[in-house]
Every structure is written in C-alpha cells, then in structure tokens.
Design a protein around this ligand. Structure first.
Ligand code: ADP
Ligand code: ZN
Length: 762
C-alpha cells in the first residue's frame, strides 16, 4: 500500500496535513528525522504510516502511560496490531505482551523509557528486526525542554545496544533552538531532516490583560460570550475550585478538573465538557492531555502559566476547528511569585543536585520569557512564533498589542534619578519610598530617616508619584533594576544599571495610547456596581496602601481602613486640613502617611479636573450645613445620618480624670469631638478591649455575663471595683485610670478602624 492508501484505509483521511508528507517521505528514505509541530497537528501519523510500510517493527518511546494507551487503542481500532509495555501492566501481562512481541504479533510497540534498559526488554530488542525507533515528546531529553526526564537518556544506550541501527524519528511541539540542538546532539541523529511547521494559528486572537479585578473581568467576559464553549486555566487546585464555585453560583454551566479530584469525578466532568453538558471547564494544567474538542471558542488563563510552551499548548486548545477563537491571559504580579514557588518546590524527579540547579535556572529563564510576553508591546503572535524559532511578522493585526497604539517616551533622565536615589539609600528600600523621596513627599517616615536631606529628595517633584512608580516597574521589567523576591521587595541595582548611568542605553517607556480612555470607560462600568464610590481612585489608594504596608511591614488596615479610603474618595481632600476631616485620619496617621495619599489624590484630580468641581459642590453642602441652615423640622434620626462620623477635634486636649467609668470616659471624649460629628459610643471601645484581652467575659452568679478587667487590663490601668447592690449583692465595675484613658485616647483611631473592620463579625 502507498502512504496515501494507508492514510485513507487505516485512518480515514484523504489528505496529508502540512509537514506530514515531508516527514513520512524522509523517514521512508531511511533518514533520521526530527519533526517539530504544534500539538494537535498530527505528529503520530508521521511515524505510524512508515511503521506500517517498513518490514520490521517500530518501537515508540513515549513518556505518558495514558497517551500510550489512547494511541494503542486507536491503532487497534483501526485494525493495526500494536501494544504498550509500561508499568501499568502486571508482571504476567507484561511477560505475555513481550512473548507476543517476540512472536511478531505487533507492528508497533509503545514503550516507556524506563523499560529500555531492563534485561528482558533488551533481550527481546536485540533479537528482533527493528526498522524504526521513534521518540515522542523528544524535548524530554533536553534540560532546555519544559519537561526533562532523565530516563530519556536511556534511549542513547539503547540505540547503541542494538545490533543494527534503526531509522530514528523524533517528534516534539517544543521548538526552541536550544531544544532542537540538544535533541540532535544527545540522540546522535545523523544528518537529520528537520521539519518545523506552522506554529502560527491564524484563527487565534491573543490578548494579555492586567485587570485589577480578575474575577470581575472573567465574569463579564464569559457573560459576553453567551452560549460559547471555553476553558479557564488556573494555577492551583484551590483556585480552580473557587472560580468554579463562583461561576456556578452565577448560574453558569460550568465544571472543573484537577489532579486532586477522584478518577470518577474527573472522568464525569471531562465527559460533561466534551459532550457540551457543561459549557465552561475550569481546570489546572492537568486538563487537556489528549482532549480533542474542536469548538472551544476561548481559553482564558486566569493565571500566567510557567512558560510559553505550556501557554501555547493550553491556549492552543481554542479554535481547533479553525474558526476564530480567543486566547486571553489575565496577568497579575502574584502569578510570577506562584510560579517561582513551583519552580523552587519542583521535586518531581529524582535528580542530582547539579541537574536540579541547572533545571531551576532554565525554568527561571523560561518564566522570565513568559513574563515578558505579558509586558511586551510588540505583536504577541510574533513573540510566540519567535520563541518557537519561527520568524513572525511584525504586525499580525489579530492580537491585543497590534490592535493597540503605543506611545513612546524617553524616560532616561527620570530613570537616572531613580537609580541615583536607590544608591543614595544604599539599596535598602522599595518602590513607594523611592517614589516618595524623588517626588519630595514631606512625611514622618521620610523625616525620621532624614531622607528630606538627601540630594535626591524632591529631585523629580515635577513627576507624579504614579508615574515615577510606573517607570520603576518598567526598569524592573527591562532588567535595569532588580526587585528582591522577598516579602518586602527592595530595589537593587544590577549589572545592567550602569548601561543607563553611563548613557549607553536610553530608556524608552511604551504606554498604550488609549490606556487611559479605555480604563476610564471600564471604570465607569464598574462604578455602577459600587454605588457612588469613585472606584478608580479607590483602587489607586488601595494599591498605595498595600505597597506602603509592605514596606512598613504592617497589615494594610493599620495604615487606613477601607472606610477611610472610601471617605477619601468621597471628599477628595487636597490639603492637610481637609485630610484631617477624613474619617479615620488623625494627626499621627497624617504625619506618617497623609502626604503620600494626598499626592495620589492630587494626581488623580489633575487627570479628572471635573471631579474637583463635584467636590466643591460637596463642600458648599457642608458649608450650608455648618451655617445651620438646616430645616429644624428634620428629625434627629435624619440629622444624625447627615452627620459625619465621630472625629476628635485635635486642637482640644482631653482632661483625663482618675477612676472614670467607660461611659464617663466616652462622654469626656465626646466633649472634645469635632462639631457636627456623630457621638462616640462605648461599644467600639469595650469590644476592642475584650477582643484584645484587656477585659474578660465572666459569668455572674445569676447566669448573666459581665466584663471585667483581666490581668492585662489591670496592668493597663483598668481597675475592678467592688460594689454592693441595693439588694445587698456584691458586684464589680471597671474604673479607668488615667493611664488606661491615655492608652485608649492614643490608640483611638486604630480602635475605631479595627471596629469598622470587625463589627460585622462581632
Ligand atoms: P499531535 O501528536 O501532533 O498532538 P495527533 O497525532 O494526536 O497530534 O493528531 C491530532 C488529531 O489530528 C488526531 O485526531 C488525528 O487523527 C488528526 N489528524 C492527523 N492527521 C490528519 C490528517 N491528515 N487529516 C485529518 N486529520 C488528521
Ligand atoms: Zn499581533
């Protein structure tokens, strides 16, 4: 039979696909052959067809038991005698299979690499006419491959042990230059024919997004796709479960898959997806091996995968039918950390420490290239193609970068200032501090360290903090600066830094031209959901809070609570006086953090000057209120709703007195609160004291409970005082000494913030 006849008779296809014929012909000529083709392009036929045409048998080395099983089943169905030899067989089954093989019953034998050097297999091999040795997933032989397997190195010894060298064919979907060279050298391919085909999948649209709210982005995307079928890849099992649950709760047709589920559930879920019972599959990378569902319209990566190989393979499960499909990667900086964790904790195979180190290095290298994919402003398609050794066009017109216009800006000068500033603080601080110094923020943090006397202080006062931070991010991205991987990231200089300092390299920042417009349109949409809150500003403040918290090594709520940030978003304070009116901002907090937040708000208002106007309107409302022009007929309840939250008037000093009860103490504080603010209640204080162990809840003899000072409370100046009731029963009350009152006064903001954050659970 000719190869065309075999294609039709055994496999039922009329035509070869790109590359197949070339590969088959080369093998049939007896030439070593290396086929590099994307997953799903039909590599198996390329060795199966010659195998049927050779006189002897073909041995196929394959790493995955499940894949072998599928292949052998498919061949048997097609009427081709094939078998597999691997650890899934019992000893008896194995012996039997080998016996049949000796009798020449099989044309194709799949074998796991671990079997190659076992005496009985070797004995069989040297006594058999082997026409071809075919190596599937041949990148496993290379440290540069994403999946190095030491057992693949046994292939070389195996070939050498054979009395006659068979034709060697090898296949992979990993086509980086390093892997290609490794394969040829390590397997000792002789003047091989190398066929590299079509990594370009024209029907796929590639996009990278960096949403602040990943889940929100995901949900609105899925909703926009109506009844279409899609896969969502998550990095961890936990995330798979969470995302799947949430989508299910939205009433979407969704199922899940990861290696932690039992076999039955995995099979059921996969079937449900395959047969369109469930429209959306949420899965880890364990899902997809051997699935061949053609109508997947989108593949969303909820997390950045560990390398381009994985990404290409997983994203490539979209649009197998050749119709337009979308591959969207939702990037967050956290994904890099997760992947680094995986790399450092990868103990899959037993390897010597040197090899482990080598592989780790290469994994890092690949992760870096994956991360660059998320940041490149060039065509995403050509980035992938170039990664796989093909030359891509500069512009594909079907990826998010080609469809976005970028603006280039020379930021060399600012970069130099940043570098100098990092030098000046001896490479000991993070992004927030560096940006604040350069911008010239005058706060306690900076004064405490005397940074306001640095020559860098205020050097870039004309640049906004947000922009300085963007440039720092960019410098990290392009490798001019290093950010340490510790929990509290510190900026460091590296060997590339000098290139900029010496003027050898210019720093060009590329920003999407429409970024701001697109962002604000999206924000408007989101804003609807967060009634009345300026969501965009809120996010800016929140991210500033997070970074400050990291640098200060405190939990974010210690800096300001969400409520405080929300209040900032309503009041748009732009000086100290206004900032002190914000709920939760006291003198002390202001001194430490206020300026930084003011800068963020200020920059924000430069971008949206119309919001200043909104703010003025708000102010005039307040003024109106202050001038007592409020209709007296408004009920107290309504009036109290109009009032601002409790805030102390910092110009007044409290007059502490010995032995106050909590109610008396609260009254004292209410006496020095700002006008028109709500009264403080005892509850936040007592709850806080209880929660932090100053007070203890005790049972009374009559079955009730009472809260009395415990050891910690007494040490802080809360005194238990015995009383006798009218009925003659003894009971205790708490009296607060001046020391306790001072403590509460000093920590009042913290206490109120804590209460805000916890009152739901109390
Ligand atoms: P790979 O090993 O490259 O991932 P497979 O060999 O599993 O891909 O092939 C993927 C699918 O394409 C299989 O369903 C296979 O039957 C099919 N296929 C292979 N060659 C052809 C062809 N010439 N025409 C049509 N379908 C083909
Ligand atoms: Zn493109």
């Amino acid at each position: 039979m000719t190869k065309e006849q075999i294609l039709k008779t055994y496999f039922g296809y009329d035509m070869f696909r790109e590359g197949q014929e070339e590969l088959i012909d080369s093998i049939l000529k007896g030439r070593d052959t290396l086929g590099i083709m994307p997953t799903g392009s039909g590599k198996s036929l390329c060795y199966q067809i010659p195998a049927l045409m050779f006189s002897g048998i073909t041995i196929v080395v394959s790493p995955l038991i499940s894949l072998m099983k599928d292949q052998v089943n498919a061949l048997n169905q097609a009427g081709i005698h094939a078998a597999y030899l691997n650890s899934s067989l019992t000893n008896t089954q194995y012996a039997k299979a080998l016996e049949y093989a000796r009798q020449g019953r099989y044309k194709i034998i799949y074998v796991a690499p671990e079997r190659l050097d076992t005496p009985d297999f070797l004995d069989f091999a040297v006594h058999t006419d082997i026409s071809m040795l075919s190596v599937d997933e041949v990148h496993c032989v290379s440290h540069w491959g994403q999946d190095f397997r030491p057992s693949y190195l046994k292939i070389i010894d195996f070939i050498e042990a054979l009395p006659n060298r068979p034709v060697i064919s090898a296949f992979t979907a990993t086509a980086t230059r390093e892997v290609r060279e490794d394969v040829i050298c390590i397997l000792g391919l002789k003047q091989p024919k190398v066929v590299l085909t079509g990594f370009d999948r024209e029907n796929l649209y590639y996009a990278v997004k960096k949403p602040k709210d990943k889940y929100g982005e995901l949900l609105s995307y899925i909703r926009s796709k109506k009844e279409e079928v899609g896969i969502i890849y998550c990095a961890t099992r936990k995330e798979v479960e969470e995302v799947c649950e949430k989508l299910k709760a939205e009433g979407l047709s969704v199922t899940r898959y990861h290696a932690g589920l039992d076999d039955t559930e995995r099979r059921t879920n996969q079937d449900n997806f395959t047969y369109d019972e469930a429209r959306i599959m949420v899965a880890t990378n364990a899902f997809g091996m051997g699935i061949d569902k053609s109508n997947v319209r989108y593949v969303i990566h909820y997390n950045m995968p560990k390398n381009i190989e994985s990404y290409y393979q997983e994203a490539g499960r979209a649009g197998r039918d050749g119709l337009p499909a979308e591959c969207i990667l939702l990037y967050a900086a956290k994904d890099v950390v997760t992947n680094e964790y995986f790399i450092n904790n990868n103990r899959e195979v037993e390897l010597d420490s040197e090899t482990v180190e080598l592989i780790r290095e290469r994994d890092y290298e690949r992760l870096k290239k994956m991360t660059f994919y998320c940041f490149t402003t060039d065509c995403l398609r050509s980035y992938i193609l170039r990664y796989f050794g093909e030359t891509g066009t500069v512009y594909c017109g079907n990826c998010s970068n080609c469809l976005t216009q970028f603006e280039e800006m020379d930021v060399t000068e600012l970069s130099i200032q940043i570098i100098k500033c990092i030098q000046e603080v001896n490479q000991r601080f993070g992004k927030v501090m560096i940006a604040e110094i350069l911008h010239g923020v005058d706060n306690v943090k900076i004064r405490q360290r005397d940074f306001n006397h640095l020559s860098s202080f205020g050097k870039a006062s004309g640049e906004s903090i947000v922009r300085i931070r963007k440039v720092i991010d960019w410098l990290i991205m392009i490798g001019i600066l290093t950010s340490t991987n510790e929990e509290y990231a510190v900026l460091r200089l590296n060997e590339n830094t000098t290139k900029v300092m010496t003027g050898k390299e210019k720093v060009i920042l590329k920003l999407p031209r429409h970024e701001e417009k697109a962002e604000s349109a999206k924000i408007k949409k989101d804003k609807k959901n967060l009634s009345g809150i300026d969501y965009e500003l809120f996010e800016l403040l929140r991210s500033h809070r997070l970074e400050t918290a990291r640098e200060e090594r405190v939990p974010p709520y210690i800096i300001f609570s969400d409520k405080t940030l929300i209040d900032m978003c309503m009041k748009y304070p732009n000086n100290k006086r206004e900032m002190l009116r914000v709920n939760g901002v006291g003198e002390m907090k202001y001194e430490r953090y206020g300026e930084g937040f003011l800068c963020i708000i200020d920059e924000y208002l430069l971008k949206y000057p119309e919001k200043r106007t909104t703010k003025t309107v708000n102010h005039s409302n307040t003024a109106e209120y202050r001038s007592n022009e409020i209709d007296d007929s408004i009920s107290d309840e309504k009036r109290s709703k109009l009032k601002m939250p409790f805030a102390l008037d910092k110009t007044k000093k409290p007059e502490f007195q010995t032995g106050l009860s909590i109610a008396e103490y609260v009254e004292l504080l209410n006496g020095i609160r700002l006008e028109r603010t709500k009264k403080l209640l005892t509850k936040p204080l007592t709850k806080w004291l209880l929660y932090h162990g100053y007070l203890e809840e005790l049972e009374t003899p009559h079955g009730g409970t009472t809260r009395l000072a415990g050891d910690k409370g007494m040490a802080a100046g809360i005194i238990r005082e015995k009383r006798i009731s009218e009925k003659g029963n003894e009971y205790y009350i708490n009296r607060y000494e001046v020391s306790a009152q001072k403590m509460l006064y000093e920590r009042l903001e913290e206490i109120l913030m804590w209460y805000d954050d916890h009152k739901k659970d109390l």
